[in-house]
Write a protein that binds this ligand. Sequence first.
Ligand SMILES: Cc1cc2nc3c(=O)[nH]c(=O)nc-3n(C[C@H](O)[C@H](O)[C@H](O)COP(=O)(O)OP(=O)(O)OC[C@H]3O[C@@H](n4cnc5c(N)ncnc54)[C@H](O)[C@@H]3O)c2cc1C
Length: 404
Amino acid sequence: MGNDIQKVYDVIVVGAGPAGSTTAAFLGMAGHKVLLIDKYKFPRDKACGDAISGSLRTHEILGLTELVKKGPHAEVHRVIFSSPKGDVVDIPFQSTGYVCRRHVYDNLVFEEAKKHAETIEDFAVTEIIKEDGYIRGIKGKDNEGAEKEFRAKIVIGADGALSTVAKQTGCLDLDPEHTLTAIRCYYTGVSGMKDGIELHFVDEIIPGYFWIFPLENGLANVGLGMVVKDFQKKKWKMTDKMFEIIANNPLFKDRFKEAKLQEGTMKAWTLPVGSKRRKAHGNGFVLVGDAAGLIDAFTGEGISNAMTSGRLAAEWADKAMKANDFSESFLKQYEDAVWEDLGSKLKTSYNLQKLGRQKFLVNLVVGKASKSRQVNDTLRTMMDNVEHRKMLANPLFYLKLLFA
Ligand SMILES: Cc1cc2nc3c(=O)[nH]c(=O)nc-3n(C[C@H](O)[C@H](O)[C@H](O)COP(=O)(O)OP(=O)(O)OC[C@H]3O[C@@H](n4cnc5c(N)ncnc54)[C@H](O)[C@@H]3O)c2cc1C
C-alpha cells in the first residue's frame, strides 16, 4: 500500500460535525478550495442531548432553522428545573428552541457544507504533516485501509473532544476539572413531557444534572452528565445511577413506569468545557468546536459555540490567506476573537457551575422561583440575557431571595 499524494487545497477541515461543516461552508462561500474530511459516513449519530438552543445566529446565516423545521424535531418553549429537594420551576423562553437528533441535524449542516466544499467520508485522519515547524496537511486511511495524504495552506482541527489534530499539536487538554462526562439514550413513553427541556439537579450528581428532552413522535432524549473530577470520586457507574434515579426518584418513577429504553442507544462521551482557555492555534492550524474545548460548563451545550468558532475560524483563515501569513502569531488572532465573542458567557457559566455545588443555593433558587412569580420572572430574564445571569454570582442576590 503506497502513500498516495493527492491534490493541494487552501484549507483542510478535519471532522464534519457542526464546527467543521460550518467552517467548510463559510470558507467555500468565500471562494476557497476546501477539503472536508470525516471518519464516518453521514448521516452518523453523535452522543448528545440534541438541544439546539443558545445563539441561533450562525444557524440563521446558514438557513438551518428552516431546514430543522422541515424534518423530525421538537420545538421547545421552556426550561424546567428541579432541585435536589424536589421543587420544580418552569421558565418560559423568549424565543423558540429546537431538539433534533444529531443523526438528522449534523447531516443537514454537512449537506450545507457539501455545497461549498469537497468532502471525503469514511476517512480517518491518523497523522498531521509537519514541515519546517508548520502543519502542512494530513495523512489517513480510507475505509479500505488505503493510506492517503492531502496538503493545504492551513488545517482546521474540527475533530471533536478527542481530536487527533489537537493531540498531535500538543493542544489536547482533558483536565478533569474542566471536562464533563455524560451518557445519553432514547426512551419512548415517558409521561408528563411538556414543550420544554428538563434539567434536574438531582442530589449526588450536582452541579451535573439528569435531563429529559422531548423529541418527535413521543421520543425522549434522556441522559446524565457530571464534571469528570466529581465523577472520579464516585463509586458508581453512570448508567447504574441513571437507572436508579429513574426507578426511585419521586419526580420520575411514575413518569417512567410505561417508558421503554430504545435498544442500542446508550452512549457515553467526553465534553471539554470552556471554563479554561485552551490553546487552539499554532503554525498552520487552528482548532474549532470541541477540539478547542468550548462547551458551556453549566448547561453542557456545545453546538452553538462550535458553530460560532467555525464561523470565526473561516473568517481568520480567509484573512490568513489574503495576508499569506499562517504563522502562530497571526492565527492567535482567531483564538482571541473566539474568546472575545464567547469568553464572558463561558466565564458566567463556570461561575454558575461552581455555585451549583452549593446544594442549599440550588434548593433556595428553585424553591423560591417555584412559588414566587417575581423570582420566576427574574430567572427568565437571566436565561435570556447573559449580562443578567451574572447576578447569580452576587451574594446579595441570594440574601434578597431569602426574604422574597
Ligand atoms: C452526552 C452529551 C450530551 C450533549 N448535549 C448537548 C446538547 O443538548 N446541546 C448542545 O448544544 N451540545 C451538547 N453536547 C455537546 C455537543 O455534542 C458538542 O459540543 C458538539 O458536538 C461539538 O461539535 P464539533 O463539531 O466540535 O464536534 P463533533 O460533533 O464531535 O464532530 C467531530 C467530527 O469529527 C470526526 N472525527 C473525529 N476524529 C476524526 C479523525 N481522526 N478523522 C476524521 N474525522 C474525525 C467525527 O466523526 C465527528 O463527525 C453534548 C455532548 C454529550 C457528550
